[in-house]
Design a protein around this ligand. Structure first.
Ligand SMILES: [Zn+2]
Length: 242
């Protein structure tokens, strides 16, 4: 048994027995970790609200055979407190946590996924950009890090320089006229521009986008996410789209 410390975002919690809880964490150095937090459901728990979903904490854990045990937790950023008060932000954040959980493996370091999630939650909590834009930017980037980078300009099949008119979820984004499969859609050119801006982190373009294109872009991002994640992301059903 060894003791280790790490930074972590709480992805999920569930009850264990009378007073304990199992917390699923995405850590900076150790990937996804499932750990027992003993006595966390008692009113006078020494952990307080530090092990609630969305919280970014400095944790100390004892390594166990199956589950680790949380021995200390200090809050680094209380994103949960800011998100629970705002329903659109809360549901967007919930979809981010679930996606992060699905895209990472237990005890396999995924520092880029960790940094993307922390950046996404920070942006969401700051409230400077619309929640659905923050969510879509996060989903596009986390899928890219997972190896499924979409293309919104050049053809995602043959690489022919874009912009193109058609979008095919199964092909990975924009498709040229010769690669265009049946069932592809033809979004507005502005929607392609918005999605490219969200992937690149160009907030000036994203914030100036029209609500019609945001809605169309969100639909394509959701379809792309569901295509790559078997069973889909349950929390996406709760997300209120503009
Ligand atoms: Zn092509």
């Amino acid at each position: 048994m060894s003791l280790y410390s790490d930074e972590a975002v709480v992805l999920r919690t569930h009850k264990l027995g009378e007073a304990d809880r199992i917390v699923t964490l995405l850590t900076r150095e150790h990937g996804k970790v499932r750990a027992v937090a003993k006595g966390v459901r008692r009113t006078r728990s020494r952990f307080g609200a530090r092990l609630e979903p969305f919280m970014m904490t400095d944790v100390q854990l004892y390594e166990g055979r199956n589950l680790d045990t949380v021995t200390q937790a200090e809050t680094l950023a209380p994103y949960g407190e800011r998100l629970v008060a705002d329903y659109p932000r809360y549901t967007a954040g919930t979809a981010m946590l679930e996606t992060a959980e699905r895209l990472t493996e237990e005890r396999e370091p995924a520092v880029q996924q960790f940094l993307l999630l922390v950046g996404g939650l920070r942006t969401l909590a700051a409230g400077e950009h619309e929640a659905s834009l923050v969510l879509d930017a996060y989903l596009l980037r986390s899928l890219s890090v997972a190896g499924w980078a979409p293309s919104f300009v050049d053809c995602s099949r043959c690489g022919a320089p874009g912009p193109h008119r058609a979008f095919a979820v199964a092909s990975g984004g924009a498709v040229c006229p010769s690669c265009r499969p049946g069932g592809s859609v033809a979004p507005a050119p502005e929607t392609f521009e918005l999605l490219a801006a969200l992937l690149a982190g160009d907030w000036a373009v994203a914030d100036a986008s029209d609500v019609r294109h945001r809605r169309e872009g969100s639909g394509l991002v959701s379809a792309y996410l569901q295509w790559h994640l078997e069973r889909g992301v349950r929390a996406m059903r709760l997300v209120e789209r503009a």
